[in-house]
Each structure stands twice: as structure tokens, then as C-alpha cells.
Design a protein around this ligand. Structure first.
Ligand code: CS2
Length: 504
């Protein structure tokens, strides 16, 4: 949602706005939950980097519910790394916003956990002071795959522009990694204890990856700081899940009507929500376990199940169903060909590629995911899921292909999914459409992407080492399956794609 759209929504309405003063009016509407704790006297205990829709629909809600149950100083300071939009809009409503849960029943909850929003590139001193304050116990993040600034070998990419900037100006960083290290340095100097860092990104081994990035960065500055961080800071791994389509102007309108005051940035999500965090982690935190957060020894099992089933199926639909002209996940899954293809992909090539956690019945889990895609109340745009494919597919699709190769299992449908991403990118390059992906320039500059020779196209994609490493280009079977899939996709008109899927 853009600020302009927002302002026009604001102007249209003569309604009172959502803010602390008007909470009582909202609370009088039946079935709307408002903060149950003494919000004004709640201190900030968490700094969250990247307070986008997912954070506000997920972690902030668990924190809100924990405070509703047992209080605690767990207010959140959200730090937007670049954009000032969240600050500009939410400040005017005392950082209150509505969570709209869209499922068979629609419900609304006013979330008060966020108490402040800072903008890192304008207020870096304030951000560091907030992170270094003894009252801050926890730093959490949703900065997406690209925010980790990692090279393909898993180490910190020292050539990344943001990292180069931060190493040259460590006191005024722009990257999440730079902020974490600088504020930990301040805490070390002040003699305060360290905070723990909890990644809430949909990335496998998110805590381990972040730890590596932070330690590599600290090493460049000061080895004793690196040792202090390594000894004192926990970076638990975590799996996060809840389908959260981005806020549209219709969301603003319908939510404001339901809560009787104007909310200029409500958040919408499905009812299902899951947060699984590594058990092996001490340190103060909200009473999350009392409000549904699962602490386990097997985060990896949950992560694999979620990334390989939900996210891999999502990306598959994002590319293949976009090629067929569908706009949303719901529209695509209602189509028989796509429904059957997704089900078959899950059954034949994904389940079985990994060991699920012992608490999970993976067949039930997979079916539930397909049911979640079929939620008619959620308008989840395929275009939203399609962005950043170069980063997402490395985590959600390629590991499944690699594991299946190792286990001598079929990769045919997975290759179809990958080939639909190739075609999605080829069409965008050819038609000069915007490609939302950190590697967009690479695609535009790879001349062979425009080739009519399908084999040349496949080879030129697989040769992008930053995405595919070296192994897949050398795998003749996978390469042939990609060539066959892309040939079939190109031979088929958009409205016959669904029929093609049925034949796979
Ligand atoms: C989606 C995810 O945009 C995407 O790539 O696959 O955001 C997905 O909706 C969430 O991971 C669900 O938890």
C-alpha cells in the first residue's frame, strides 16, 4: 500500500481515527479485542528490525497476547531500515493498528504492542541508543533473505554495498547487521548484558545464518567484540508461518468500517498462525509459550516442512499460475489442473524428501496447507509471492531437488516448477516489465535469456552460480527435465496450461 493511497483513504473519511484516546469507542464494539494491559506504562523491551506486515501480523500479535495474559515490559520499538511510511502512518494513531483475521469467521483485534517506530537511515543514533538501552532484552528481525548480506558460501558478503558502507562507518550503519554489532559494542562498553537476537524470517537456519553474518562483521572491526558476542548472544533458529497478504485500500476501508474508527494501516492474515522456536535458549522473553508458541529441539524439521510444502507450493503457483493468467492463490487452486498438480507435487516429490518432526503427521500437514490456499476470504496476490524468486527458490525449491537427486527420487514436477520461474522471468525481460528481485539486473543482462533456443535459456539460468551453485548445471537429468518442461510451457497457450499440468 502506498502512502498516497493511504492519504486518499484518510481524506475520504470523516471518521475519528484509531488512537489511544479512541480505544474505548472501539472496545465497545462487540467482539473486538483491545489491549488488556496498561499500555501507557508498558516499557519497550523488544527492538524489531523490519516492522512490515508479517511482523505486525505474527510476532507482534503473539507478544500482544502474552501481555494481555500476563503483562510484562515487552513493548516493541519497530525499526524500519529505509522507508518512513510505517512511522508516518502509525505515529498518527499512537502505533495502534488492527489485525483482521480473515477465515470462515472474520475477527478484529487492536494490537498495542508496537509503541514506537524509528527510521534507521534517518535516526541511526536513536536506533542504536534504543538497542543499547538496558531495558531492551531482545532484538528480533524480519529483514527477508536479502537482508542477511550473505555470500553463496554462507559467509558475510564483504563486497555487499551496505556492508562496505557499514564497515567504513560503523557508528552510523545502514544494514541490520551493522546495527546489531554497533549496539552490542555499546552494551559491552557500558558493562550491560547482551541482548539475544531472534530472527523471524522465513529462512532455513535463520538464527545460524544471522550469527554467522554478525560474527563475520564483528571480526572485521574487533576480535574481542566478536568473542564477546559469540559468548553472550543467543541466535535461536525459528520457523514462522501465517499467510499475510499485503494491505490493500479495500482492507483499510472494510476494517475502518468494522472498528468504527479510521485505521490507515490495518493488517490482514489468515487464522492459522505458527511460531516454532529453538528450545535451547535461555533469556528473558514474553510468555510466548502460553499463547501458542512452540519451543522444540527440532526447529529444522518444522522449517523444512514449512518451506518445502507451503512455500515451495506457493512459489510454484506464483510462477506457473501467473503464466496461466491467474491473479490470486485462491483463483489458481480452484482450478482443477492446478489443484491436482500441487497435490501431486506435494505427495510425489516433496513429502519424503525430508524427515518431518515427530510431532507432525506430514500428510495431514500438507492437506491443511492446500486447504489454507483455498481460503475464499484471503486475496493473496501471486505477484506478491513471485517477488525475490532468486532468493526464495534457493531455500524452498532447490534443496528439495538436491535431496531428491541424492535419494534417487523423481524431480520431474519440481523441474516443471523451476522452468515456470525461468519462463516468468524470460517474459518479464522480453516485455520490459518490472522484475522485483535483487538479481533483476543479472537477468536483464543475460542475453541468452531472450533466446528462442530453450536449451540455451536453461543453461544460462543454471550457470548463475549465486543461485544454483555448480552442481545443477552439471546434472544432465535435471537439465533435460528443465528443457522438456520449458519446451512444453512455451508450446502451450496460457489457457491450456492447466490441461498440460494434468498430463504430467
Ligand atoms: C509466501 C510467504 O510471499 C511468499 O513468498 O510464500 O510469504 C508465505 O505466505 C508465508 O511464508 C506464510 O507463512
Amino acid at each position: 500500500m502506498t502512502l498516497t493511497q493511504n492519504k486518499s483513504a484518510q481524506n475520504k473519511s470523516a471518521q475519528k481515527k484509531l488512537c489511544q484516546e479512541n480505544l474505548a469507542q472501539v472496545a465497545s464494539v462487540a467482539a473486538i479485542t483491545t489491549p488488556q494491559y496498561d499500555r501507557e506504562n508498558t516499557e519497550i523491551g523488544i527492538v524489531h528490525l523490519g516492522p512490515g506486515a508479517f511482523h505486525r501480523a505474527h510476532q507482534a500479535v503473539y507478544t500482544e497476547n502474552a501481555m494481555n495474559l500476563s503483562g510484562g515490559n515487552w513493548g516493541i520499538c519497530g525499526v524500519s531500515l529505509r522507508s518512513a511510511t510505517a512511522q508516518e502512518i502509525l505515529q498518527q494513531q499512537d502505533y495502534l493498528y488492527t489485525l483482521a483475521v480473515l477465515d470462515q469467521n472474520i475477527s478484529y483485534q487492536i494490537i498495542g504492542a508496537v509503541k514506537e517506530i524509528l527510521v534507521a537511515n534517518k535516526q541511526s543514533d536513536k536506533v542504536i541508543a534504543r538497542m543499547a538501552a538496558a531495558s531492551t532484552k531482545l532484538v528480533t528481525l524480519t529483514i527477508t533473505e536479502k537482508g542477511y548480506c550473505l555470500a553463496s558460501d554462507g559467509s558475510l558478503d564483504l563486497n555487499h554495498e551496505d556492508i562496505k558502507h557499514d564497515l567504513a562507518n560503523p557508528c552510523a550503519p545502514i544494514s541490520a547487521i551493522g546495527f546489531i554489532v554497533e549496539s552490542l559494542k555499546q552494551r559491552k562498553i557500558n558493562g550491560s548484558s547482551a541482548f539475544n537476537v531472534l530472527s523471524c524470517d522465513n529462512v532455513s537456519g535463520n538464527g545460524d545464518k544471522l550469527r554467522r553474518a554478525v560474527l563475520d562483521y564483528a571480526e572485521q572491526l574487533d576480535n574481542s567484540l566478536k568473542t564477546w558476542i559469540s559468548d553472550n548472544v543467543a541466535f535461536p533458529n525459528a520457523m514462522v508461518d501465517s499467510i499475510t497478504p499485503k494491505t490493500e485500500s479495500y482492507t483499510v476501508e472494510s476494517v475502518s468500517k468494522a472498528i468504527t474508527v479510521q485505521d490507515n494501516w490495518p493488517i490482514q492474515r489468515e487464522e492459522f498462525s505458527q511460531w516454532v522456536i529453538d528450545n535451547n535458549w535461555q533469556g528473558e522473553r514474553p510468555d510466548w509459550e502460553k499463547v501458542g508458541v512452540i519451543f522444540t529441539d527440532d526447529v529444522e524439521g518444522f522449517e523444512k516442512a514449512k518451506l518445502r510444502l507451503l512455500n515451495c507450493l506457493h512459489s510454484t503457483l506464483a510462477y506457473s499460475a501467473s503464466l496461466a493468467g491467474f491473479e490470486t492463490v485462491f483463483d489458481a487452486i480452484r482450478d482443477k489442473g492446478f489443484y491436482q498438480f500441487i497435490t501431486k507435487l506435494a505427495q510425489n516429490e516433496i513429502i519424503g524428501s525430508f524427515t518431518p518432526p515427530k510431532e507432525m503427521d506430514v500428510n495431514v500437514y500438507a492437506n491443511e496447507i492446500i486447504q489454507r490456499f483455498s481460503n475464499p476470504s484471503i486475496r493473496h496476490l501471486l505477484a506478491q509471492i513471485a517477488c525475490d524468486g532468486s532468493q526464495k527458490l534457493q531455500i524452498r525449491l532447490l534443496p528439495v531437488i538436491r535431496d531428491n537427486i541424492k535419494q534417487n527420487r523423481s524431480t520431474k514436477l519440481l523441474c516443471f516448477s523451476l522452468a515456470s520461474w525461468f519462463e516468468f522471468i524470460c517474459q518479464a525481460v522480453k516485455n520490459n516489465q518490472e522484475i522485483v528481485d535483487p538479481m533483476a539486473e543479472t537477468f536483464k543482462q543475460t542475453a541468452a535469456i531472450l533466446s528462442d533456443d530453450v536449451e540455451e535459456v536453461v543453461t544460462s539460468f543454471l550457470a548463475i552460480e549465486a543461485i544454483f551453485g555448480k552442481d545443477l548445471l552439471a546434472d544432465t537429468k535435471v537439465k533435460n527435465q528443465l528443457v522438456d518442461s520449458l519446451t512444453n510451457i512455451r508450446k502451450t497457450t496460457a489457457n491450456q496450461l492447466s490441461t498440460l499440468l494434468n498430463s504430467l
